[in-house]
Each structure stands twice: as structure tokens, then as C-alpha cells.
Design a protein around this ligand. Structure first.
Ligand code: HEM
Length: 510
């Protein structure tokens, strides 16, 4: 008899505490949460569109409950500034799920580290060492190798008599390019054999990456938000431990291979494994941090590049006027008797505006990465209590008619009329975030995507599959934290340069 009474009293106390907390603070308004599930019952699959609709209903700042966890979403440039500049330090923590805690060894990496001495040290290492201008330049041959390898493989496929005039699924090529680029840059290896097939170690890497996504979408992952699912924690723990062991052994083997190679040749290469292993002592990095940083780069840098480039080509297929204008610029600056390189980008201002317009309309991480309040703060006149997750809806901001003229129109000229920065100083355009936690890979990503676009348009003219009108192309997002196109883009590539310019420009031993 006593036990049920104690449980009832505990539940009543908990409820009273929650009610008291809510009344104590002036929280932002928002959709009505239900007990236990919060707003999970009402959230639509494409989260960013759902949040944008809610911001129209509840205002530019609103509350949302994932289960019982309180989150705040801001949807205007002015409020983004309050989050990312005025309250930057107080809102620089991260919210780690159980899965993320396991993968990041309680935030011993960069992406999932809370703001503090560890974060400051690792961030400094990234800024000064991994993403320095010198290293970005040193890694350029890898980018040019992979982009030209992709062009060659599209050309070879579409030149076969049976494929002439047929559409290709662009994501297959972009995905392979992005995989080979980021894994080479991070792990210092091209995981592909002489027949162009992913080798055994590369297959293991792909398995690890896919398994991480599967684990995140399994029902046991929802136990995070819904307490009555906590009996699934045991199953989840086992799956996470097995995954962790496999990923660690993969990374250990790679690190050993590079240590051996360095001892043999005395040479340190430009890629991140060599950089981190040689800096490990100077920066006092634990093995967990080195491993965590390597996986951070893979997870942050792979899908994002594919997503932006796919949306960009889709926009250019829909807007032949813009496509022709970029090609005219390329023909004028590069000509038709050589392949463009990254060194040409500085002389291709319209191409740069096209890249920027793509990042404006289709930021691949449309809600950035959520931040967490390390203390109580005020945003937009509302209380944001310690522990709240705060997201910035950069997708809604870059489509806000209050700050952009005809925001739904794909018009790169807007950036010739007004030069808007996209690396964190203008709160209307924040594909890479802003402030302390701004994406350290922003310049690398801009270089890669601009180079991909330049090559794609210099080498080919892109048109919709036969029977599809450009204006009828599907331009919706797929559900998920990153916004792939809901339907992989299919487009017909028509070569426009002499055949000998479609050869891969292979990089040496970078
Ligand atoms: C189109 C490409 C990319 C986009 C749009 C993008 C966007 C972002 C965004 C919005 C954030 C979160 C900022 C915040 O929390 O305030 C972020 C963080 C991060 N990105 Fe990127 N990113 C891209 C490519 C890359 C690449 C290529 C790398 C590395 C190779 C990278 C590494 C990181 C890391 C390590 C963080 C965590 C920073 C921190 O928490 O301090 N990103 N990125």
C-alpha cells in the first residue's frame, strides 16, 4: 500500500515542480504540449517547414517540447543575433543524446563538446592547424582530383551509346565524390581499388557510417524523449557498444598505418590524421579526442557538400538563364581549351554569387546544430532557462520577405547588387552559423561547392529528363537534420568541351 502512495506523491511533486518552473519563467509561446510526449505528436516530418509554419503562427521565437525537453526556436535575423552574438557564450553548450554521448565520449571531440577549456583548446587547434589557409591550399589537389574524377565518370557513363541523351542520378556521383574527398582529407587514403570499386576498408567505413544513421533512427533512440521506452536502453547500449568498438578499431588501424608510414619515410602529409598525430603532444590531446575529431570531420563534411551541390544543379536546371550566364562567364575567363581550377574562382564573380544563392535558399543544416543554454538568458524579451536547447532557423531567415526581396526567386544577381557575407557577420545569411561555434569548415566547403559547380557547368549543359518541364521539378526537402532533396535529382548532362578535357587530374601523394 505504501509503495503506490510514495510513487503517487513523487509524481505529484514532479508535476508541481514542472508547473512551478513554467510559471516562474516567461517562456516563449508555442504549440500546446501534451503530457509526456510534449509536441512530438504534432511535429511534421520536414522539421524546418513545420517550424517555419509555427513561427508564422506563434511569432519569431517559440517554444517546442520534444517529450518533456524544452527547446526554443528563433526565426528572425534580429533574434539570431541575440542568440549568436549577444548571448554567444551563454548559449554555446551542446545537448547530447545518449547515442551522441557514447560516440563523442561525453563531448571529448569538437562538435559535441560543451563550451569550456577543452572546447577552446580543440577549436584553436582547428583554426590554427586543420583549417589554416596554408593547409586548405595544401589539400587543394585532393579536391581537384575528386571533382575531376567525378566529371570523368559522368562523361564516361553518359558517352556510352546506350546512355546518350539519358538522365543521370546526380546524387550517386556527388555522393561518391564527397565520400572520397572527405575520407581522403581525414583518413589520408583513397578507399577505392584500381577498378574504381570501394575497397574492403572503405566498405567497412561505409558500414560504420550507415550504421550510425540506423542507430539514430531505431525505436530505442526515441527512448531519449519518451521515458516509458527506457526499457529499450539495454538494447540501445549493446548496439552502441558494438558500434563504438568497430569504429574505434577502424580508426586505430588507420592511425597505426600512418604512424608506420611516417616512421619509414620521415614525411608528414597534409591530411588530418597526420596533422593530429604530430600535434597530439603539443596540444595534449587524448586518443579519444583525436578519434573524435576525425569522425567529426567525416560526419560534418560529407553530406553537407553533396546536398548543396545537388540543390544547386537542380536550381540551374530550373533556371536555364542563370546556367547560360555562368557558362558565358566560364568561357570568357577559363576558355574552352583547358579545365578550370580553384585558382580561377577569384575571377568568376557570377559563379560565386550562384554558390551563395544556393546556400541562401538551401542551407543543408537549416536549423544549424542546436545550442544549449549553460545559464538562464533572455532572448526577444522571453526567458530561456538553463538547459534549454536553442535552434536558429536559418532556412526561414534566408527566405524572410522582411529582409529579402522576392526571397523565393533564385536570383544570384541579388548578391551583385548587395554584397552579403555568408560567413557569420550578416545575420540574414547564416548557412555556417555565426559566433564561437561557427562552422570551422566553411571556407573548405565554399571552395569545394564552387569548384564542383564551376566544373559541372563548364563541362556540361544540364537539362531536365525528357517529359519533365523545369518548372515542374520536385523541390521539396527530405525529412532529417540535413535537408537532402526529397527525390534525388535526375538531369541530362550534354558535354560542351573537347573530349580530352574530361580526364581526371589525379593528385600525387598529398
Ligand atoms: C556545405 C557545407 C557545410 C555547411 C553548410 C556547414 C554548416 C555547419 C553549421 C551550421 C554548423 C553549426 C554551427 C553552430 O553550431 O552554431 C557547423 C559546425 C561544424 N562544422 Fe560545418 N558545415 C559544412 C561543411 C563542413 C566541413 C567540410 C567540415 C569539416 C571538414 C565541417 C566541420 C564542422 C565542425 C567540426 C563543426 C562543429 C563546430 C563547433 O561546434 O564548434 N563542416 N557546420
Amino acid at each position: 500500500m505504501a509503495l503506490p502512495l510514495i510513487l503517487l506523491a513523487a509524481a505529484a511533486l514532479l508535476l508541481a515542480y514542472k508547473l512551478f518552473s513554467r510559471l516562474r519563467y516567461k517562456l516563449p509561446p508555442g504549440p500546446r504540449p501534451l503530457p509526456i510526449v510534449g509536441n512530438l505528436y504534432d511535429i511534421k516530418p520536414v522539421l524546418v517547414r513545420c517550424f517555419t509554419e509555427w513561427s508564422e503562427k506563434y511569432g519569431p521565437i517559440f517554444s517546442v517540447y520534444l517529450g518533456s525537453h524544452h527547446s526554443v526556436v528563433v526565426n528572425s535575423a534580429a533574434l539570431a543575433k541575440e542568440v549568436l552574438k549577444d548571448n554567444d557564450v551563454q548559449l554555446a553548450y551542446r545537448n547530447r543524446t545518449r547515442q551522441i554521448n557514447k560516440f563523442s565520449k561525453n563531448g571529448m571531440d569538437l562538435i559535441w563538446a560543451d563550451y569550456g577549456p577543452h572546447y577552446v583548446k580543440v577549436r584553436k587547434l582547428c583554426t590554427l592547424e586543420l583549417f589554416s589557409i596554408k593547409r586548405l591550399e595544401g589539400l587543394r589537389p585532393i579536391r581537384e582530383d575528386e571533382v575531376t574524377a567525378m566529371v570523368e565518370s559522368i562523361f564516361n557513363h553518359s558517352s556510352k551509346p546506350e546512355n546518350k541523351g539519358k538522365a543521370v542520378v546526380l546524387r550517386d556521383y556527388l555522393g561518391m565524390m564527397a565520400f572520397l574527398h572527405i575520407t581522403r582529407l581525414t583518413f589520408g587514403k583513397r578507399f577505392i581499388d584500381s577498378d574504381g570499386v570501394i575497397d574492403e576498408q572503405g566498405q567497412e567505413l561505409k558500414y560504420i557510417l550507415n550504421n550510425a544513421i540506423t542507430l539514430g533512427t531505431k525505436k530505442s533512440a526515441f527512448a531519449e524523449f519518451l521515458p516509458w521506452f527506457s526499457f529499450l536502453f539495454k538494447e540501445q547500449n549493446e548496439a552502441l557498444a558494438a558500434h563504438d568498438a568497430r569504429a574505434s578499431s577502424f580508426t586505430k588501424r588507420i592511425m597505426e598505418e600512418h604512424t608506420l608510414a611516417r616512421q619509414k619515410t620521415g614525411n608528414t602529409k597534409n591530411h588530418f590524421v597526420d596533422a593530429l598525430l604530430t600535434l597530439q603532444e603539443e596540444y595534449e590531446l587524448s586518443d579519444d579526442t583525436v578519434t573524435g575529431l576525425l569522425w567529426d570531420m567525416i560526419s560534418a563534411g560529407m553530406d553537407t557538400a553533396t546536398i548543396t551541390a545537388e540543390w544547386a544543379v537542380a536550381e540551374l536546371v530550373r533556371n536555364p538563364r542563370v546556367q547560360r550566364k555562368v557558362q558565358e562567364e566560364l568561357d570568357r575567363v577559363v576558355g574552352r581549351d583547358r579545365v578550370m581550377t580553384e585558382a580561377d574562382i577569384a575571377n568568376l564573380p557570377y559563379l560565386q554569387c550562384v554558390t551563395k544563392e544556393c546556400y541562401r535558399m538551401h542551407p543543408p543544416t537549416p536549423l544549424m546544430l542546436p545550442h544549449k543554454a549553460s545559464t538562464d538568458v533572455k532572448i526577444g524579451g522571453y526567458d530561456v532557462p538553463k538547459g534549454t536547447t536553442v535552434s536558429v532557423n536559418v532556412w526561414a531567415i534566408s527566405r524572410d520577405p522582411g529582409v529579402w526581396k522576392d526571397p523565393l526567386e533564385f536570383r544570384p544577381e541579388r548578391f551583385q547588387e548587395e554584397d552579403v557575407d555568408m560567413k557569420g557577420t550578416d545575420y540574414r545569411l547564416l548557412p555556417f552559423g555565426s559566433g564561437r561555434r561557427i562552422c570551422p569548415g566553411a571556407q573548405l566547403a565554399i571552395n569545394l561547392v564552387t569548384s564542383v559547380l564551376g566544373h559541372m557547368l563548364h563541362h556540361f549543359t544540364w537539362s531536365p529528363p525528357s517529359g519533365v518541364r523545369p518548372e515542374d521539378m520536385e523541390m521539396m526537402e527530405q525529412p532529417g537534420t540535413v535537408t537532402y532533396m526529397s527525390k534525388p535529382l535526375e538531369a541530362i548532362p550534354t558535354p560542351r568541351l573537347p573530349a580530352e578535357l574530361y580526364k581526371r587530374v589525379a593528385a600525387g601523394n598529398v
